[in-house]
Design a protein around this ligand. Structure first.
Ligand code: SF4
Length: 64
């Protein structure tokens, strides 16, 4: 699994952080997403995919 994020699309909604806090964080100053793990281990794949689907601005992209 490979995760990429588009900071320009992120609106700071924080859904990804709630869903997968080991993979995503938010910048303190403006809430924009920070990718903690671009290639998470298998046990985090399900939560990462949920975050991708829940993101309201499609700022998260996952490829295999
Ligand atoms: S869910 Fe999407 S819009 Fe919200 S913080 Fe995460 S990447 Fe940004």
């Amino acid at each position: 699994m490979k995760i990429t994020i588009d900071e320009d699309r992120c609106c700071g909604a924080g859904q990804c952080v709630l869903e997968a806090p080991d993979v995503f964080d938010q910048r303190a100053e403006d809430g924009v997403v920070v990718l903690l793990d671009a290639a998470p281990p298998a046990e985090l794949h399900e939560a990462s995919r949920s975050a991708e689907q829940l993101c309201p601005t499609a700022a998260i992209e996952i490829s295999e």
